[in-house]
Design a protein around this ligand. Sequence first.
Ligand code: ZN
Length: 113
Amino acid sequence: MCNLPPKFHSVCRLCLSFCGDNCSDVKLPIFDRDKDKSRLSEMIMTYLSIMVSSEDMLPQVVCGSCAHKLDEFHTFRELTHKSERLLEQFVQYANSLSGPKEVSNKTYLFHKH
Ligand SMILES: [Zn+2]
């Protein structure tokens, strides 16, 4: 179908790193053999907005360094979402303590206008 060099499919899909036969950096497959989706493909699409498909003609592997970065990104995302939940809970808690005061303030403002 096309004249791609065989090594084209051994470069990292994300950073284009390529190293020869003696390289210790093992490339990780983006897709599991018997699944349409995998953790790596989901992270690439969610965090990088890069569409990957097991049927596209592009490399289907990523290098260890990129996989590590995706993992870090994932951990960072989990942290930020957890923080968001905690902040919201705190505001709810604070509101519940100063509930009536808050309401009367709003009522006051409402009547003022
Ligand atoms: Zn890479």
